[in-house]
Design a binder for this molecule. Structure first.
Ligand code: ME8
Length: 560
């Protein structure tokens, strides 16, 4: 029996199409999902869109569109990006789907019945860009004339010339005074502390987890889970005059995909929904004929891994576990937190127009170049600046030079041997030791979702095998008929190393690695990998029958 593995990306807001920041999370989740799949796991991988947000509504209004057609269109646009990048998701979710409304209303009712939700009134500052409530310490002052920003402090008083803004979106937050419902987070303080102590790797990397723990240790405040003035969203089951706060609804997407299966065609689902003609945007969690299609797939919950960036770690590591416990669900096993990257040292923002389109970028340079650069250049968790030149240099050095040269040599030189049998021998001792050394690092790193370390160890092994080839000079030895066996052993070591490197790199570059298997005449490998097991294939004694030269798989790119 295969074990289950469930990985998620954040669901993305639909006020714009995904940029490379979003692609970063999706590529991480995709590589992890593929790795788990070839390690004999049954994988569930969910993603898609967070729709009940104020910013999507604002964007639709700005474009003069009705919200539902706008969301339908954006859902399609997002899907196109992930399909183009060949992200191998298994589950797509839109938070306007009836199954999600159903789930959210169920959990809200449960928490309300538990006494975890109560009514109150509050005056809030709210940043639509962040879709979150703000306190003074979250904001900065800006001088309206000089545009200079500085920390909020008692010494500076708000005046005509000074305003408080969100440092990320550079906008003045709204001030709201509404009746709200609150979630009793304060009740969960000790429960969370105990849970963190028992699960020391719950949030990765460790420094992010330390921040979460420090935050919980300071104090936990109840938070608002509803909006009175918003009309678009999921209505509270116990007070239909209010809609659910977008984060409360969004987080539960991870459970919805496990509990209820989707409508057969969620992209067009909304078009059949009577909400299209509902001017007040009230939500209808029920569409006729949908109910029967719900299946229970809870065997995938709890999630093994949520991939998120550090900006939303508090929602995932503090609010989310408390919300789950309150609704009687188990807690996810791990949260992998990425840093954020900038373009020209500026935070990427759909509204600041510095976003790089991952589709355009990969169409120009290949998806492999994008994947290699963003997964191998920086530790997950670290902030970094997207440097196109560096991306090209990395790709040219690692894939177009080191790997392609090795593969090409393996094939061309083996062809020169003019063998009329399968190439079979023993792997050179020094290389066999390196395989052990570098591959145990690869495995250990992957088990901690440290993709950079897995890639690094593979490329280090690749360097060692390239050195081996240069030192042994099989092309010289080949001229001496008496050393035929020795040359065959060298060529066997090289072909075997190419095979093993291709196995290690398969979760990152599946299409190219499949082509490499084909070049080595291991044509059934893709199928074997998906049905069988990566570790078993690694240990399999393989023989090679190379028939023809390989097409160029990694073309070099010129620097502009
Ligand atoms: O936060 N660098 O959606 P979102 C690195 N809907 N990662 C980035 C990035 C950047 N510059 N920009 C975006 C939301 N990301 C919510 C999530 S989940 C229940 C709800 C990645 O569209 C990062 O992983 O603003 C972030 O968490 C994600 O895109 C979603 O961004």
């Amino acid at each position: 029996m295969k074990e289950n593995f469930f990985v998620t990306t954040p669901i993305y807001y639909t006020n714009g199409i995904p940029h490379i920041g979003h692609a970063y999370s999706s590529l991480i989740a995709d590589s992890i999902a593929r790795y788990q799949k070839i390690n004999w796991k049954k994988v569930k991988f969910s993603t898609w869109v967070d729709e009940n947000s104020q910013k999507a509504l604002d964007k639709a209004t700005e474009l003069g569109m009705e919200i539902i057609p706008y969301l339908d269109n954006m859902a399609k646009e997002h899907k196109k990006v992930w399909d183009w990048l060949k992200i191998e998701y298994t589950d797509f979710i839109r938070t306007t789907e009836p199954r999600h409304h159903k789930l959210v209303r169920e959990v809200l009712q449960k928490s309300f019945d538990n006494g975890d939700i109560y009514e109150g009134e509050y005056e809030w500052m709210y940043c639509v860009g962040c879709e979150s409530f703000k306190k003074d310490e979250d904001l900065v002052f800006r001088n309206k004339t000089s545009w200079e920003t500085f920390p909020v402090s008692d010494k500076v008083k708000i005046s005509e010339n000074i305003e408080k803004i969100c440092p990320d979106h550079l906008t003045v937050p709204q001030t709201l005074k509404e009746k709200n419902y609150f979630f009793r987070l304060s009740r969960y303080e000790q429960i969370l502390k105990d849970f963190y102590a028992k699960n020391p790797n719950f949030v990765m990397p460790q420094d992010r987890f330390n921040e979460v723990i420090a935050f919980v240790n300071r104090w936990l405040e109840d938070f608002s889970i509803s909006r009175e003035t918003n009309k678009f969203g999921i209505k509270l089951p116990f007070d239909e005059s209010q809609v659910t706060y977008v984060w409360y609804d969004a987080l539960f997407n991870y459970v919805t995909v496990c509990k209820y299966s989707p409508h057969p065609n969620p992209v067009t689902l909304q078009l059949q929904d009577s909400r299209v003609n509902t001017p007040s945007f009230t939500c209808l969690p029920k569409v006729e004929g949908i109910e029967q299609e719900f299946h229970n797939q809870m065997d995938f919950w709890p999630a093994d891994l949520h991939v998120v960036w550090k900006d939303i770690i508090r929602f995932h590591a503090i609010y989310w576990p408390a919300m789950l416990i309150s609704a009687w669900y188990e807690l996810p096993k791990n949260i992998l937190t990425t840093g954020y990257f900038t373009v020209d040292w500026q935070k990427i923002s759909k509204s600041l127009w510095n976003a790089i389109d991952p589709v355009e970028f990969s169409a120009k340079y290949s998806k492999d170049l994008l994947t290699l650069y963003i997964l191998s250049s920086f530790n997950i968790g670290q902030d970094w600046d997207f440097d196109q030149k560096q991306a090209i240099l990395t790709y040219n050095a690692k894939l177009a030079n080191n790997f392609w040269n090795l593969l090409n040599r393996a094939i061309v030189l083996t062809l020169k041997l003019e063998l009329d049998k399968w190439l079979s021998s023993k792997v050179d001792k020094y290389i066999a030791n390196n395989i052990k050394k570098y591959f145990s690092v690869y495995d250990e790193a992957f088990s901690k979702y440290d993709l950079k370390a897995s890639l690094d160890s593979t490329f280090r092994f690749l360097d060692s095998i390239n050195n081996f080839v240069t030192t042994k000079e099989p092309w010289v030895l080949m001229k001496d008929e008496a050393r035929k066996d020795e040359v065959e052993a060298i060529m066997y070591t090289i072909c075997e190393s190419v095979r093993l490197v291709a196995l290690n790199l398969y979760p990152f570059f599946p299409e190219k690695m499949e082509q490499i298997f084909n070049s080595l005449n291991l044509v059934w490998y893709k199928e074997l990998l998906e049905k069988w097991n990566f570790q078993a294939l690694r240990n399999k004694k393989e023989t090679f029958f190379i028939k023809e030269k390989a097409p160029i798989l990694f073309e070099k790119f010129e620097l502009e």
